[in-house]
Each structure stands twice: as C-alpha cells, then as structure tokens.
Design a protein around this ligand. Structure first.
Ligand SMILES: *[C@@H]1O[C@H](CO)[C@@H](O)[C@H](O)[C@H]1NC(C)=O
Ligand SMILES: *[C@@H]1O[C@H](CO)[C@@H](O)[C@H](O)[C@H]1NC(C)=O
Ligand SMILES: *[C@@H]1O[C@H](CO)[C@@H](O)[C@H](O)[C@H]1NC(C)=O
Ligand SMILES: *[C@@H]1O[C@H](CO)[C@@H](O)[C@H](O)[C@H]1NC(C)=O
Ligand SMILES: *[C@@H]1O[C@H](CO)[C@@H](O)[C@H](O)[C@H]1NC(C)=O
Ligand SMILES: *[C@@H]1O[C@H](CO)[C@@H](O)[C@H](O)[C@H]1NC(C)=O
Length: 794
C-alpha cells in the first residue's frame, strides 16, 4: 500500500516541477502544496513541506548573514561600485557613450568593472552620455596621477571633483545624482587639466531607472510640508544619512551616531562603502566611521563614563548580489566602543581578541544598570530570521563582565528567553527604579532581578499580540514625575498576532498588524490589575514610540500589514515582509483618560515609507529625527527602497516662544543642587525640568529611553526681566536615573527649551572586575575572525 503512494508523490512532484520550473522556488513550493494537499495524508504532506522548506532555504540568498553551504568568498574586494536593483550598469565600452576624439585610450585590467576603463590625460577631453532615468553615478579610479574634472548635467555645471589621492583606489564613486525628474538627461564630464595630476577616467556609469512611486515623486529634493500657521506640527525633509540608518543614538548636543549593516552605501571610508556614520544635527553633514565588524542588528547603550557601546551583530556575509566578501569581520560577539569627541576625529574602537562578549548575539538588547554597567540580553547565535531553539541564545551577560550569581562572566541562562520562542528577538527592556529590569518578549513580560538572578512573570499580553521581532511592536517607559512619585509605567504598542510557528512562506505581507497598546504600572497593585488595553488609530508593525520632553509620546513609522524582515513571506514588496506604510504620526497623551489618549490632529503626513530598519529619536532641539527604512539584502532602488532621506517632525512647541538654557554645569550628581541660568518667555507661570535619556534605537526598540522629572526651586524672573537662575536638584538616586549622560530640558508652562547634555553622576567608569574579564576570555572563544584583502584599509 505504501509503494504506490510514494510513486504517486513522485509523479506529482515531477509534474508540478515541470509546470512550475520557471517560477521562483517559493512559488512552486506553495503551488506544490496546493496540488498535493487534497491527495495525500498529513504525514506525507508534512514530509514534503519539510523537504521543500529545506530546498527553499538553500536557494535563498545569504540574507541576514546565512552563508549557504558550499559558497565561498570570491575574493572580490568590497568596493563602492554596485548596481542596485532598479539601476542599470553602463560600462565604459558602451557605444552610446560619446568620448571626445583622439584623447582617450582603453585600459584592460580585471580590477576594473567589467575589466575595462577609459582613461585620458588630455586637457578638455570629455565624455558625454545621454540617458533616461532618475539618477546617474560615475565610477572611476582615484590616485596620485589623477586631477580635477568638471561635471555638467543637462548643460549645467553641477560639480568639480578632484581625483587626486595618495593611493590608487579603483571602482570609486566619483560623482552621483539621484532624484532627478524621470526624463532624458545628459551627463558630461570634462578633464580640466588642473589639480595635482592630469588623469581622468571612466570605468562605468550606473543609471537609476527605478520607476519612482508616485508618493515619492511628489517628495522632490527639498520637500517641505507644513500645515502653515505658527504653532502646529511641521514635517520637513532635510539631509541624508549616507549609510542606511538602522541604529540611531544622539551622542552630543549636535550629533547622532548611525550604524548600518555592511552594504553598498553611498558614503565611503578608506575607499570602501561605510556602514557607520556621525550625523551633524546642525549642518546635516555626515562623517563616515570605520567600523571593523559587521554591526548588522547590534544593540547599544552609553556606560556611566560616557563611552557608547555597540554590541553584537552579524557574521560575515557571503552574498550573491555583490562582492562575495565584504571585507568585514564577524560581529556576532563584538563590543564596539565610541567616545564622542569635539574635534570630529573620534572613531569606533574594536579589538575582537580582547574586547568581546562571552557569546554570539544577533538582535540583542542592552540596558544600562544603576552601577553604570550594561545588561546584555538574548539574541540569536547566528544570523537568520525568526528565532528558534537551535540558534536561540537565552542568556544574560554584563559589560564590563561581572562575577555574579555563580557564573563568573559566563552567560547566565534565562528560562524566560527560552520560553518566549519563537518571536523573541530584540527583547524590550527598561531598567526600573527598584533596581530590577522589565523585559518583554513575544507575548510575555517579566521582571528580572539581576542581582539575584530571579525572574518574576507578569501576565501575558491580551489578545495574543506578539510584540518582538519579527512581530515588532514598540515600547516606552512613561515619564517618571514628581506627581506620579517616580512610579514606572510601561506601554507597548503594535506588533502582530501572526502565529510564530508558521513557516515564512505561509505568512503574508498583507496580514493586518495589531493596533493594540497595552499599559501597566509596575507596582504590586498595577501588576495585579493587569494590562490595560488601548488602541492606536491605525494598526502598526515596526512603529517607533518617541518620548517628548513634555511627557507626550509621538508614534511614527511602521506598516499596517505584514511583519518585520525581508525575503521571507508571501507577497513581498521588493523584498519587504511588510506593506501599507503608515504615513501619519500619532500623539499619545498618557495623562488623558483611556479612550482619549491618541490624536493625530494637525499632524502632517509623510510621503516616505518607513518600514523595516527605520528609526526615530528625539534630538536636543526638540524635533524628532526620522530616518532609515531598508527591507533589502543590499542597497535597492525599487519599492521599498533603501531610504537615506531624513525627515524632521517638529511638534508645535518648536514654533512657540521657548525658554533658553543659558548656562548648564557639565555634571549633576545624585541629589546635588545645580544652578541653571535660563531665559523664560514672557508670562511664564510654571517651570518644570525633564531629564531625558534619548536612548539607542533600532528595530523599534528604544533602549534606555527615559524621562525623569527633576525637582526645582524655580524662581520666576523679576518684573521687567526674563532671566532667572533655577536651582535644580539631581535625581534622588542611581535607581531613578542610572548614571550616564542625560539631556536636560527646561519647560515653561509645558513648552520645552532645547535640551543640553549633562553627565548624571560623577562620570566614573562602571565597576571593572579584571578577574571576571580574564575568565570570560579564558573560558569562551571569539568568533572566527575572518578578514580578507578587500575592505579594510582599501
Ligand atoms: C575599447 O575596448 C573595447 C573592448 O575591448 C572595444 O570594444 C572598443 O572598441 C575599444 N575602444 C577603443 C576606443 O579602443
Ligand atoms: C533556526 O534558525 C536558523 C537561522 O535562521 C536556521 O538556519 C535553522 O534552519 C532554523 N532551524 C529550524 C529547526 O527551523
Ligand atoms: C527551553 O525550552 C524547551 C522547550 O522549548 C525545554 O525543553 C527546555 O527544558 C527549556 N530549557 C530551559 C533551560 O529552560
Ligand atoms: C529675553 O529678553 C531678551 C532681551 O529682550 C530677548 O532678546 C530674548 O529673546 C528673551 N528671551 C526669551 C526666551 O524670550
Ligand atoms: C507646575 O506644573 C506642574 C505640572 O503640571 C504641577 O505639578 C505644579 O503644581 C505646577 N506648579 C505651580 C507652581 O503651578
Ligand atoms: C569607560 O568604561 C569602560 C568600562 O570600564 C572602559 O572600557 C572605557 O575605556 C571607559 N571609557 C573611557 C573614556 O575611559
């Protein structure tokens, strides 16, 4: 009886394979299932699905760092030259490129794109190319013999670029223009004969043909949308991030740091694409950082001494879409240091042999503790997508390492992080004022006492909503104020009810996300009362909740349908697992009665989709910086494209008379009274102080984000003047605000000043236990540190 059945299966397979041979594996996988299910027992069906699943996996590109068996790095260096989906490569040998007569010669060498390059040393030699599209890039060599070129677009002089460099570097992006009107354009490059050398060359052009979506077309280059009158919300698009903004944290009054994964970003460093940058909030300029390891999906926090740590990441990616080896090193156990500086010179510090975690962590969360150290939690032991029992890393560790609870710097197992599989990556975490840590993952939440290693479970989220990756929701620790006696209340919004045990090909980009927001005050009574359920006006997966100095919460970004990640589900848009971007922000007022807390009144609508790998943060000025969106394996120009444009959402207070902080001490210790000089707008009757941790955001998780009201003896200005000196008391304890940087905002009748950075505590380093560090290094091994000839140092 069994043999015929097996034959039947084979016949079906053969037939279906022939019919669907030309389709994508995931399509014939589902076709196969459709055809087979009516005929076969569940047993056979499940076996077939399993086999198809494996076949599907092995044909997948190396998204998220999975290295398909048998694939080897091809030794190609990680260079700026890259042809994104949605663009067309035009090699220098194409006949449609017009070169000025008698002044160019052909050079062949495998190191050039397509093995050839056109070079000239003649003054006035030119290249002209007529193209139809929305952007063009010119690639060539830079080096000691190269000089200055003029670039003209449609007859207009648009750039002067110097190709001189101490060392020769090939396949460099010499000039680029994007977001042109979709039309015919002419690019003309002229050798000027000026500069230190005389050479100019053309290796390739890359033309952007992407059918720009209507919504984006309307955006234009300097899109400014405003609802007009003075005190309203405004949205402005200004600046680009140079690297895709996957992780974002404000590091000074004028700068934010951005981390991306290794990919072909337009910003370069050492002649290869950068994957980290510092964004200047005043000038909108970006400075590349030289990140050594792949920081794809790391977490981060400041320590008490002002050093930012960025932890975890991705293995080296072997990838079919570009250079096989990006030239990075394995970032799974990385700890990257960044010390903000004033001179624009500081960079990432990495030392994988001596500075690393005990275990590999991809999609890891970090929170700062009362002693200024970092609690590092969860993640997966290798890249992938949905977490599972094979790759899960259900443990905690500390940085600097601690000898605690008998583990002496080795990972501390967490039953919670084991029980919450599968959708439990990038756990939500907040350090609480009783020295414990609130942690949420998937449908569950708990209180972790790191001192005793005890986990106390909280009630599950109502209605089956999952809130962590890839069913990503967002969370906020609501303001801790004098009025609420610094009592912590957490709120978690969005996510998805999709079953996290289904294979990706059974999930869809069109499944509605959740609009649920749950809130709990973390006191005995609050926990007993359970989760209070509220609803956002629109469902959202991957939203970002941004705490404002006035205690309200702006929710931006995300999609109405699908889940996080790319390349996994049915109905991908490009590679995105999510669709139907939510374009309008919504404001949450925690002090309003239930049912009246959400409003989008007067809030502008964006035209830029912000889906997977989007971020948002409050910046010192009081604006909300919105960036990112890149549900793609590598840079892509089709929907949903790799998004570099930054938007600035300005609450109404930005255009009202605001207080100004004139002087602020560099530090404030616990309970210390500091004197702060301010100017107050006329008629101010009430002054309050918000101390904020602006957090480290990635994947909708706003690590350390916090608002603590400071007590103040706030004398109003004497009649006729507008200046006064406030006497502000530092937070009462390390439990309320863990030591480290904060931003202080002075509010006049609820209108905040721009914030200024202040070190809370004495700025000393967290406790260091050299014996624990030594034990970690002795008892655990580092990642296989893979480097190649390609990237670093170019
Ligand atoms: C340059 O080389 C290409 C490829 O070998 C050839 O097709 C082309 O005619 C050459 N052009 C010149 C100007 O020599
Ligand atoms: C677990 O996840 C990893 C990484 O995505 C994947 O390679 C592996 O096949 C998964 N295992 C199971 C049993 O699904
Ligand atoms: C982790 O969960 C699995 C079931 O998914 C269970 O068998 C195992 O005992 C758990 N391990 C720990 C350390 O809790
Ligand atoms: C305070 O008064 C000075 C002098 O009139 C004025 O320049 C300044 O803008 C005022 N500051 C505020 C916050 O209104
Ligand atoms: C100022 O405002 C805060 C918060 O709204 C309130 O608690 C406080 O009583 C007010 N102070 C005065 C002097 O009105
Ligand atoms: C901050 O503390 C960490 C942990 O002790 C240490 O490694 C780092 O060097 C310190 N940073 C500075 C700037 O001293």
């Amino acid at each position: 009886m069994r043999l015929p059945k097996v034959l039947l299966v084979l016949l079906f397979l053969l037939q279906v394979c022939v019919v669907h041979a030309r389709l994508e594996p995931r399509h014939w996988a589902s076709a196969l299932r459709r055809r087979l299910s009516p005929h076969l027992s569940d047993y056979f069906r499940n076996r077939r699905i399993h086999a198809i699943q494996s076949a599907y996996r092995s044909t997948q590109p190396a998204w998220n760092g999975v290295t398909p068996p048998g694939s080897v790095p091809d030794g190609k260096p990680f260079l700026p030259y890259y042809v994104p989906v949605g663009s067309v490569a035009v090699d220098d040998t194409w006949r449609s490129i017009v070169y000025s007569p008698h002044s160019w010669h052909n050079v062949s060498n495998p190191k050039y794109a397509q093995g050839t390059l056109h070079s000239t040393t003649t003054d006035g030699a030119y290249m002209t190319y007529l193209f139809s599209g929305t952007g063009i890039q010119w690639f060539g060599t830079v080096g000691p013999t190269h000089g200055i070129a003029d670039v003209f677009l449609d007859g207009k002089h648009v750039g002067t670029v110097d190709g001189f460099a101490g060392q020769t570097a090939v396949q460099q992006r010499r000039w680029a223009s994007a977001q042109l009107a979709l039309a015919q354009h002419t690019l003309r490059i002229v050798n000027t004969g000026r500069g230190q050398g005389k050479t100019m060359d053309v290796d390739a052009l890359v033309v952007r043909h992407a059918a720009v979506k209507k919504t984006e077309e309307a955006v234009g280059v300097n899109f400014i949308q405003s609802t007009g009158t003075a005190a309203t919300w405004k949205l402005e698009q200004r600046g680009t991030t140079g690297v895709s903004a996957m992780q974002l944290s404000v590091i000074s009054d004028t700068e934010a740091i951005i981390f991306d994964k290794v990919e072909h970003n337009p910003l370069t460093v050492n002649s290869h694409p950068a994957w980290g940058a510092v964004y200047n909030l005043d000038t909108d300029e970006v400075r590349p950082l030289n990140v050594l390891s792949n920081s794809f999906c790391a977490g981060g926090t400041f320590l008490s001494n002002g050093t930012l740590i960025n932890v975890g990441g991705n293995p080296v990616v072997t990838d079919k879409t570009g250079a096989a080896d990006f030239g990075d090193v394995n970032g799974l156990q990385a700890i990257r240091f960044f010390d903000p500086c004033l001179d624009n010179k500081c960079d990432i510090f990495e030392d994988p042999d001596r500075l690393r975690m005990a275990s590999a962590r991809w999609y890891v969360t970090v929170t700062r503790l009362e002693d200024g150290s970092a609690l590092i939690m969860g993640g997966s032991k290798k890249g992938g997508w949905m977490n599972n029992v094979t790759v899960n890393n259900p443990t905690f560790e500390f940085f600097p390492p601690k000898n605690i609870n008998g583990y002496n710097a080795l990972p501390i197992p967490s039953p919670f992080l084991n029980d919450t599989l599968n959708a439990n990556l990038f756990p939500i975490a907040f350090t609480l004022p009783d020295s414990t840590v609130f942690i949420a993952a998937n449908r569950d939440a708990m209180i972790y006492n790191w001192k005793t290693n005890e986990e106390t479970r909280l009630p599950q989220f109502p209605n089956g909503v999952r809130v962590t990756y890839p069913m990503t929701g967002t969370a906020v620790l609501l303001p801790m104020t004098v009025a609420n006696r610094f009592t912590p209340t957490v709120m978690i919004c969005g996510g998805s009810t999709v079953d996290d045990t289904m294979p990706g090909y059974e999930m869809s980009s069109q499944t509605p996300a959740s609009d649920q927001c749950v809130r709990m005050t973390l006191t005995r009574a609050g926990m007993a009362a359970g989760w209070e359920v509220d609803h956002m006006p629109a469902p959202r997966v991957m939203p970002d909740a941004v705490l404002l100095p006035d205690g309200k919460v702006a929710i931006v970004n995300g999609g109405r349908t699908g889940i996080a990640g790319y390349g996994n589900v049915k109905g991908q848009i490009g590679q995105s697992n999510a669709d139907n971007p939510v374009f309008q922000p919504v404001l949450y007022d925690p002090d309003m009665p239930l049912g009246q807390r959400f409003s989008s009144d007067g809030m502008p609508t964006s035209q830029i989709p912000r889906l997977y790998h989007s971020v948002a943060t409050l910046v010192p000025s009081g604006e909300i910086m919105i960036a990112g969106s890149n549900p793609n394996l590598d840079v892509s120009e089709v929907a949903y494209q790799t998004e570099y444009r930054v938007e600035w959402l300005s609450p109404p207070y930005m255009s009202m008379p605001r207080p100004v902080i004139s002087t602020l001490p560099a530090t404030v210790d616990y309970g210390e009274e500091i004197l702060v000089q301010v100017e107050l707008p006329p008629g101010t009757s009430n002054v309050t102080i918000s101390l904020m941790d602006l957090g480290f955001v990635t994947h909708a998780v706003h690590m350390n984000s916090r608002l603590v009201e400071l007590e103040c003896t706030c004398n109003l200005p004497t009649a006729g003047g507008n200046t006064t000196t406030l006497s502000i008391r530092g937070p009462s304890s390390i439990y309320i605000y863990p030591p480290g940087y904060g931003w202080l905002y002075v509010l006049a009748d609820g209108i905040p000043s721009a914030g200024k950075r202040i070190m809370v505590g004495d700025g000393s380093a967290p406790p260091d236990d050299p014996a624990a560090t030594a034990n970690l290094l002795a008892q655990t091994s580092g990642p296989s540190q893979k480097s190649d000839q390609g990237g670093q140092g170019g």
